[in-house]
Design a binder for this molecule. Structure first.
Ligand code: IPD
Length: 266
């Protein structure tokens, strides 16, 4: 646990842990389901719904009146108009469905329209990433700091790619070509919340993606900022949650990435 953890963050971590336990059991079950008639899709949908239900129950018990924005339930206004939880019950659903242990529960907290706290929990590895505005970012009890690399040529960059049915395939290809030309490598691990947490942890030097939802990135943005990194939308503005694009990196690489992505004409 970090040196300081507010009561609100305690509540968020406890909710994520509680919802994570049955999710790990489901993940173990998936192997048998691959061969079942319906396939795992329905199973995953119900795991997603159940996880969100547990999160909402736990969070509302401790913070009645707060609003919600969730992947399954959409926006729910609370009596308290100043606070809102932004939750993704399973970020990395495709990984989850394929038995890849890289997915997470993501909970962000907004106060008066500003992101102030985030929890990203991978229940399989039991990694808890937490951050609170003004109090730093942590992986379990270890303080996080973004990587210090200044040159793109030595940087490992994470991204996300649009899948079947999503827009922007050509643009994603053009951006990848541009970035892979000048960097040490690109990674696509399949869970935006963890991509952000891993930038905060200094594992990735930068991460960019388009076509995201607020619940994929709300918690991770707090993590990156509290680890000393910069988080903007792909045009360098502050509209990440509204326009669903994100670019995060340290202060040296962020402007370089911004320029590079702009040059693709996107
Ligand atoms: C997805 C993951 C993935 C990203 C997709 C998201 P979901 O979230 O974060 O990495 O590339 O754009 O939709 O659907 O698994 O919660």
């Amino acid at each position: 646990m970090p040196a300081y953890q507010s009561p609100a963050l305690n509540v968020m971590v406890a909710a994520a842990r509680k919802a994570g336990r049955p999710l790990v059991r489901d993940f173990g079950e998936l192997e048998n389901l691959q061969i079942s008639m319906k396939g795992p899709a329905d199973f995953v949908t119900s795991a997603d719904k159940r996880t969100e239900k547990i999160l909402i129950e736990e969070l509302s018990k401790a913070r009645p009146g707060y609003g919600f924005l969730g992947e399954e339930g959409g926006a729910v206004e609370g009596k308290d108009k100043t606070h809102r939880f932004i939750i993704d019950p399973i970020d990395g659903t495709t990984n989850f469905m394929h038995g890849i242990p890289h997915f997470a529960i993501s909970i962000g907290l907004e106060r008066e329209g500003h992101l102030v706290a985030g929890v990203i929990y991978n229940p399989v590895t039991d990694d808890v990433f937490t951050a609170e505005k003004g109090h730093g970012a942590y992986l379990n009890n270890k303080r996080l700091r973004v990587a210090g690399r200044k040159e793109l040529s030595s940087a490992v960059i994470a991204t996300g790619l649009p899948f079947l049915g999503k827009e922007g395939h050509a643009r994603a290809g053009a951006e990848m070509a541009q970035v892979m030309n000048v960097t040490a490598g690109i990674r696509r691990f399949g869970a935006a919340s963890l991509d952000l947490a891993w930038v905060a942890a200094g594992r990735f030097d930068a991460f960019w993606e388009r076509g995201l939802q607020a619940w994929d990135i709300a918690a991770g943005i707090v993590l990156v900022r509290e680890a000393g990194g910069m988080a903007t939308d792909i045009d360098g503005g502050a509209n990440m949650l509204a326009d669903g694009t994100v670019l995060v990196a340290n202060e040296y690489l962020h402007p370089q990435m911004l320029k590079l992505l702009k040059n693709t004409g996107g």
